[in-house]
Design a protein around this ligand. Structure first.
Ligand code: SF4
Length: 244
């Protein structure tokens, strides 16, 4: 069995004993699968140190969007620094991923951000939700969806009350049947088994008062022929041999 460690956040590269830890991990016969970083300390020296040890972890950078990364991170120049670190990473022959924390105020940058990541050679780009933690807890208006304001506050509501009933539990427990009863045209739709109404997060973002509404983006993807176009492109690129 091959054991591997991942160094995730905060920012593991700020540790003074980072290389000692790497050496101990390897002395114990383990690998280092991934290192998460904001890129500021992913210097030439950092990559040289990896090379010297014959380490080849996936580097995972945080990147919260073109024109948004500095204020999301609260650090002037953070965007420029992480882009430079990504280029450095590629120059040294390492693969990298990027993760974007999405909120209302950076959502508009997503298309250009994806393009930039592709141009820089990013292997995987993951989009997650920005959470009201740390500094971001001071900006509740930019985090989350309007429907979340109707959820009980865990700091002042007993857990058993939260789990007993209410909107939050209705959403958690929604059923496919309930969805199809609410959207009869989906029941008749040729894509229903692939789409199943799409993503609930997108649905409540676009129709905040109806958590059983259709995800309009998924609907466009299937009914607008985008799945077919994507499959055609993937076939041309040799990435798939049949429809998915
Ligand atoms: S493609 Fe549209 S109509 Fe069909 S199941 Fe999905 S949301 Fe419903």
């Amino acid at each position: 069995m091959f054991l591997a460690a991942s160094c995730n956040g905060g920012e593991s590269l700020v540790r003074k004993d980072f290389w000692q830890l790497m050496d101990v991990i390897m002395l114990r016969g383990m690998g280092v699968q991934a290192i998460y970083t904001n890129g500021r300390l992913a210097t030439e020296k950092f990559f040289e140190n990896l090379e010297k040890r014959y380490m080849h972890p996936m580097i995972q950078f945080s990147f919260d969007g073109i024109g948004a990364h500095d204020w999301m991170r609260g650090v002037d120049g953070a965007e420029k620094d992480v882009i430079e670190a990504m280029k450095r990473c590629k120059r040294h022959g390492f693969s990298f991923n990027a993760v974007m924390s999405l909120c209302k105020d950076n959502a508009a940058s997503i298309r250009e951000t994806v393009k930039l990541m592709a141009d820089l050679g990013c292997s995987h780009f993951k989009v997650g939700t920005a959470y009201a933690q740390g500094e971001w807890a001071n900006y509740p208006s930019m985090i989350g969806l309007p429907i979340e304001e109707k959820f009980p506050n865990m700091l002042d509501t007993p857990l058993e009350d939260i789990l007993d009933k209410g909107l939050y539990m209705d959403i958690i427990n929604y059923s496919i049947k309930g969805f199809m009863d609410h959207n009869p045209d989906c029941r008749e739709c040729e894509y229903k088994n692939l789409c199943v109404g799409g993503c609930r997060a997108f649905a409540v973002r676009d129709v905040p008062d109806d958590y059983l509404s259709k995800d309009l983006w998924s609907c466009k993807y299937y009914k607008g022929g985008w799945m077919d176009k994507k499959n055609e492109l993937f076939r041309k690129l040799g990435l798939i041999t049949e429809n998915r």
